[in-house]
Design a protein around this ligand. Structure first.
Ligand SMILES: CC(C)(COP(=O)(O)OP(=O)(O)OC[C@H]1O[C@@H](n2cnc3c(N)ncnc32)[C@H](O)[C@@H]1OP(=O)(O)O)[C@@H](O)C(=O)NCCC(=O)NCCS
Length: 184
């Protein structure tokens, strides 16, 4: 995928070459992300751990099951936001799950929304998906507001849905649909 330029960002598919920048992003945002993510094992933020994970991601992406995106401000090396399309299903489903985060220093500036608009355009355009699902912890008010602004609709409440921070936690389930159903 060629880089996508938005007003403030350059959005690319994460590659092994992004390991250094992703290691820095995850280390400096560890406390910011911890309440909303799975418990991370020791060594998770190291560059070598990122090289290993990214190599697996590249294989998953080639198989069409996973798309990890990173965003940088124009003319800057640092990664400032991430978004992943996972569990990509084809056939009669044409759907995936969206995960995302923005650097703590850039929260509340619309950077996440700007990146996700580009990712969603790609998901419904190039990738031809019908449905992008995004699920959040009930107390994640920022995530709830972001998804509502982006046009996601609440579809349900799933008990004991994901193991976050070492605990099985309920989640609110939302989706956004493609403007038109894909032709399959
Ligand atoms: C969830 C998360 C991504 C939301 O990020 P965010 O910065 O609040 O989201 P947005 O990019 O939509 O920014 C919205 C804010 O920017 C403001 N804003 C400024 N300029 C803007 C612009 N050009 N466009 C849109 N909003 C803009 C909005 O008014 C809003 O401000 P507010 O937070 O004071 O109400 C972020 O809190 C995060 O990374 N959390 C940790 C990880 C996480 O929870 N991930 C999701 C798990 S489900």
């Amino acid at each position: 995928m060629p880089p996508i330029r938005t007003t403030r960002l350059v959005v690319t598919v994460a590659a092994v070459a992004d390991a250094t920048a992703l290691a820095r992003y995850s280390a400096r945002n560890a406390a910011h992300l911890a309440p909303w993510e799975p418990a991370r094992p020791q060594g998770y933020h190291s560059e070598s751990a990122w090289v290993d994970r990214l190599a697996l991601n590249v294989a998953e992406a080639a198989a069409g099951r996973y798309m990890p995106f990173v965003a940088r401000l124009h003319n800057d090396e640092e990664i400032v936001a991430t978004a992943n399309l996972s569990n990509i299903a084809r056939g009669v489903f044409q759907a995936c799950t969206l995960g995302y985060s923005v650097d703590a220093a850039l929260q509340g500036k619309g950077v996440m929304a700007e990146m996700l608009e580009a990712v969603l355009d790609h998901a419904f355009g190039e990738m031809g998906l019908n449905r992008v699902m995004a699920n959040y912890l009930p107390e994640n008010a920022r995530s709830a507001a972001l998804l509502e602004r982006l046009g996601f609709e609440r579809e349900g409440y799933a008990k004991r849905y994901l193991k976050i921070g070492g605990e099985w936690r309920d989640h609110v389930l939302t989706s956004r649909l493609a403007p038109e159903p894909p032709r399959i």
